[in-house]
Every structure is written in structure tokens, then in C-alpha cells.
Ligand binder design. Sequence first.
Ligand SMILES: [Zn+2]
Length: 274
Amino acid sequence: MRPGLLLALLPAAAWALHPLETPQASLEAVTLIGAPVSAPTPIAAPDVALPTGQSAILVIIIDDLGNQLKEGRQTVSLPGKISIAVLPHTPHGAQLAKEAHRSGKDVLLHAPMSTLDQRPLGPGGLTAELSEAEFRTTLGAALASVPHVQGVNNHMGSDLTRHTEPMRWLMAELSARQLYFVDSRTNKNTVAAAAAATAGLPHLSRQVFLDNVAEPAAIAERFRAAVDQARQQGSAVVIGHPYPATIAFLQDVLPQLEEQGIHLATVSEVLALH
Ligand SMILES: [Zn+2]
């Protein structure tokens, strides 16, 4: 991506920030962000787009790591404080988790959970058919297969995350191990975050999927939506995947975030803020 692309994204964030302002005020905001209409001065510090005192924090989690070493290593090598979610019992999951931990990234277990359309879950899959003992044993083995694990998010799970009782078992187990939970929100009727709250577990919920369409323009549009949300609400939680287009996009955009007033944070850092 060209260096100016993020700058090009930001005027939309400014518009979103002041939806009720007059066109003139919005135009002013756009100019301030750096469009060199007439000002001879260097591009203004982009963080003028942020209201005073309001920080914008972006949490980026890359899911589905463990089966492929090359894409996994490219993800772990991304600059900055992203978090990675590792599938259990995978050929490269443990190695990638160690490397991510060494580079200051959060490591999550990406726990496979049953779907409404009954997709194959792979090893360590959690379903509503498991007894409580089977559920806890399966989860425990999955957690043990990923070193340095700090939390869990769900892989798929459009079925299981609707079920109160297994979500209660999950959160009890995570609470006992002092792990956090991130609800990937693969079903709008998920009860996972509510179960985490009931259990007193530190938790977050995904707001934006970065690459449901894994093409550069679509990824850029989703990223802009995440930045909009982070600027308006203080933070946003983004989930992506180790697709070539996603990795290439993040390689370009991540080094530019700080100068735009957007702070990357791992899940554990954000949870400690609250
Ligand atoms: Zn997944």
C-alpha cells in the first residue's frame, strides 16, 4: 500500500466523528488532517482528528494460526502489539505461540466450537453434545497444546455460543485458570460474552471482521470502519485471518498507526485498562 493510504482513510473517520456538524466544519476537519489545499506548512499532525483527551485503541487478533508455518510466521512477524489465536493440536501452533510470546504479542487459544451448519471442527472441537466432564477435558487438552496462552476466543461457534450451559462451563474453566475470553461473535444470539460477565471474567467482543472478503479494497474498507469505531468509542476489536492480502495490508498499515494517534494494544493490555 502507498504510504498515504491511511491518511486518505482518515477523512472518513473525521466525518463519522462529527455526523451532526455542518459541512463547513467537516471540511475544516478534512483540511486539518492533511489535505494540502493551500497551507504551505508540512502535513499537520494527524492526531488533530482526535478530540482532546480521547484516545483511540485498536485491538487486532489474527485467528486460525497453527496449520501453516509460512503464513503463521508472517503473522507473528507483523510489527506491533497484535494478538494471535492458535488452533489446538496443530503442527505449528506451539512453535508460533512461543515466537509470538517472545515478540510481545498475546497468545489466545482459538477454540473450535460447533456451527449451525455442522462444519468439521478438527481436533479439540467443543459441541453441545459433550458432557460437562468431556467438555472440560477437551478444553483442558486444547489449552495445554498452546504454550503461553493468555485467553480464548471461539473458532466458528455459531451453534455452541448460543448455549448457556456449555458457555458457563467454559467461563468457569477459564476463570479458574485466570484466562480472558474474546467473543468472536459468529452468531448475533451469542451468550458467550454474557456468560463471561456473569463469571466475572475479563472479556471483549469482536466488533469488526477485517477480511470476510479477502481483497485489498474490502480489507481497507473494513479497517477504516474499525478506525472510525475506535475514534468514536475509544477502542475497537478487529479479527482477521492469515490471508496473503490481510498480511500485506497490515504490514503496510501498522507502522503508520501511532503517528495517526491510533494505539495498537494486545487484548491483555486493554483488559488491564478497564
Ligand atoms: Zn477461526
